[in-house]
Design a protein around this ligand. Sequence first.
Ligand code: AMP
Length: 325
Amino acid sequence: MPITVVGSIAYDTVKTPFGERERMLGGAAVHFSLAASFFDDVRVVGPVGEDFGERQLDIMRARGVDVSDVERVAGGKTFFWHGEYGWDLNSRETLDTQLGVFEGFAPKLSEGSRASDVLFLANIQPDLQQQVRGQMTGARFVALDSMNLWIDIARDSLVAAIESVDCVILNDAELRQLTGKPNLVSAAREVLSWAPADAAGSGARGPRGPRVIVAKQGEYGAALVTHEGFFALPAYPLETVIDPTGAGDTFAGGLVGYIAAHPDEELSDALLRRAMAHATVLASFNVEEFGTERMQRLTGTEIAARIHELHAMTQFSGAPLQLRG
Ligand code: AMP
């Protein structure tokens, strides 16, 4: 089922202990699209400036991503982000963020984008996320990502946006900050409780509210909390990580893409666990090189092989031992 994603399309300048790149293609919607394109049709919505090249759009087109709703703003400047990582690749410093064309952005989805069955609200101002959500009331599955900045300066709006989606994907620290709960599971349960009382057991298009919480934990993996239960996966163990930028969005692209590709399957924990595995694997490829470099030449065969490995390394057999005590 087609997926629409709304979010940043950016130029990123990134420095890690392993090198640096200036003004490479980035942005949450871009990273998401490239990953989700392995599973289903993707339409990307967002503004770019006059400085954005056809070559950058071609990177998305090459993966079959529909970029016809990328809006080129005359005289505008593309969103720019500058970040730096130390030896601990789990923490980064944002050195500069220039909103550029995002400053006056009022999303207007085309009929084609509105018709998608699945929506991903990538990390943007939560009022914009709500505006987009309001234009896609028929979506079967809606997921949202956000960041500490919006928890700091627009919490009420973010909570309202969260109340209108099915799935919330956040870093574990953000989940704790959002809820004021120090424990990850209780923080996730708190967000699950924000669903309207009449949402439980509602049909696909009935009353909404978060029913799937995913906590990203960087190099430690990711956890899933639903009303049904709990699941967690480690990150795929890589020996070399070059640039973690976009790992979260790539993870989201794998998760949401996998769910989109199973339109006839109920949103059960079994389906979500498989989606988590695909998300984990996609993110692991993304961090192997700078920006979108690795994703541009990734193949389905490589993804399938790594899923197989992840499956093998996260299984253990039952151990029927008569325990003392
Ligand atoms: P991630 O590493 O998954 O958190 O995503 C990093 C991507 O998000 C980069 O490509 C940036 O261009 C983009 N990004 C960084 N800050 C923001 C922001 N405030 N709003 C939207 N996108 C952002």
